[in-house]
Design a binder for this molecule. Structure first.
Ligand code: ATP
Ligand code: MG
Length: 250
């Protein structure tokens, strides 16, 4: 039996009249790859935001690492090993790929970026380059962000989220803004790199081909609730999912 790494119980969240999370419960086994599906506004990002500390649930518990992390600050949750990417990549346009990576390393390691110290931190630089290589983007290291393709930006964003020790990686739409022919190669790289390190992955995705190919388990969200939690085949053939999720305009 694989241990549960993340145990979400009866989580609720409303924004005024909108119920963004209602009775959300899920137990994620260590090392699993989960995808979250659902139409716009179904509650996928809210789920990611609650697990990563960006939104405090109104009620319920989120157990990770032997503690209830519901309502903890994002920084504290990151330090405990839950990292994330955002729907829109969070990159600094005025810096190069390598400098962005060094900033991410500095934030995770709590030190000043080495390029602010005249590049004297060789160890931080080696670590940054190794991570860029793992995501196959080291060749772009001296380029500025606006010169990059959507796919390379996504890879960099995820590489930066991996700068610290990662137990769970939450990816909010890793293939949005990525050209159709780049989606599979990017997911191969990302999921391959994360799996090889035993990282548990939870990613939000609108493309059902990606869902089927890369996740072992799918959570289907509708109106702030999880209406299905099963293998991709089971979830995508579920009558409610076909009616409210995959059949509806996403
Ligand atoms: N910070 C917030 N303040 C107010 N309402 C919010 C906030 N965050 C989310 N909501 C609302 O909660 C509901 C769920 O939003 P959420 O962003 O979780 O959807 P989503 O499934 O990620 O959708 P999408 O596919 O468009 O990204 C929506 O009605 C949204 O408008
Ligand atoms: Mg979203």
């Amino acid at each position: 039996m694989t241990a549960t790494v993340l145990d979400v119980r009866d989580v609720q969240k409303t924004f005024g009249a909108v119920t963004a999370a209602q009775d959300i419960s899920v137990a994620v086994p260590e090392g699993a790859v989960y995808s979250l599906i659902g139409t716009n506004g179904a509650g996928k990002t809210t789920f990611v935001n609650m697990v990563t500390g960006y939104i405090k649930p109104d009620a319920g518990t989120i157990n990770f690492g032997g503690r209830d992390i519901a309502g903890m600050a994002p920084r504290q949750i990151t330090r405990m090993g839950i990292h994330r990417s955002f729907q829109i990549a969070q990159l600094c346009n005025e810096l190069t790929v390598e400098e962005n990576m060094l900033v991410a390393g500095a934030i995770h390691g709590n030190h000043r970026p080495s390029f602010l110290r005249n590049g004297h931190n060789a160890e931080a630089r080696d670590r940054a380059l190794a991570t860029l290589e793992r995501f196959n983007i080291a060749e772009h290291r001296n380029r500025l962000i606006p010169e990059l393709s959507g796919g390379v930006k996504k890879l960099l964003d995820i590489a930066m989220a991996m700068a610290g020790k990662t137990s769970i990686m939450m990816l909010d739409e890793p293939t949005s803004g990525v050209a159709a022919d780049e989606k599979f190669p990017i997911m191969d790289l990302v999921i391959g790199a994360l799996r090889s390190e035993g990282v548990t992955v939870i990613f939000v995705e609108h493309d059902m081909d990606i869902v089927t190919r890369y996740s072992e388990r799918v959570l289907a969200f509708y109106d702030g609730r999880i209406i299905a939690d099963d293998t991709p085949d089971e979830v995508l053939s579920d009558a409610d999912v076909r009616r409210y999720v995959t059949g509806a305009a996403a």
